[in-house]
Design a protein around this ligand. Structure first.
Ligand code: FES
Length: 119
């Protein structure tokens, strides 16, 4: 899939890994450092960013993107919560008035802030 994305017109796919081995030819480092590479450019007004990963990663990435000028509505992230029922009945995954299991788990940063999530 990543190879297909890399070959898709009008679509940029940049990869990074935290730790590499000698076979890795791409970028090594955290995602935020990838944004600062000269060969990685984004048209901020014409780009929607999708982020998936552990909270410690996406919190830093969202801050970096915000600092770059991205609007909250153009940053989309997954949220992780302890889920029990998975169908919006038990309330274990609530943030504000939303259930991560049934209303998400994918939200824009605009929605996340409106729900009162500290991000
Ligand atoms: S896991 Fe039960 S309401 Fe979401």
């Amino acid at each position: 899939m990543l190879k297909q994305w890399g070959q898709t017109a009008d679509f940029a796919c940049h990869l990074t890994v935290d730790r590499s081995d000698p076979s890795w030819k791409g970028h090594t480092g955290v995602v935020g450092a990838l944004f600062k590479k000269p060969d990685v450019s984004m048209e901020i007004d014409n780009t929607i960013v999708f982020i998936c990963g552990p909270p410690v990663m996406f919190r830093f990435v969202l801050k970096d993107l915000k600092d770059m000028g991205f609007e909250d509505r153009n940053m989309v992230s997954t949220l992780e919560r302890y889920m029990k029922c998975g169908v919006g009945k038990c309330g274990h995954c609530c943030i504000g008035v939303a259930y991560v299991c049934s209303d998400g788990p994918v939200f824009t940063l605009e929605q996340i802030r409106r729900l009162g999530e500290d991000i």
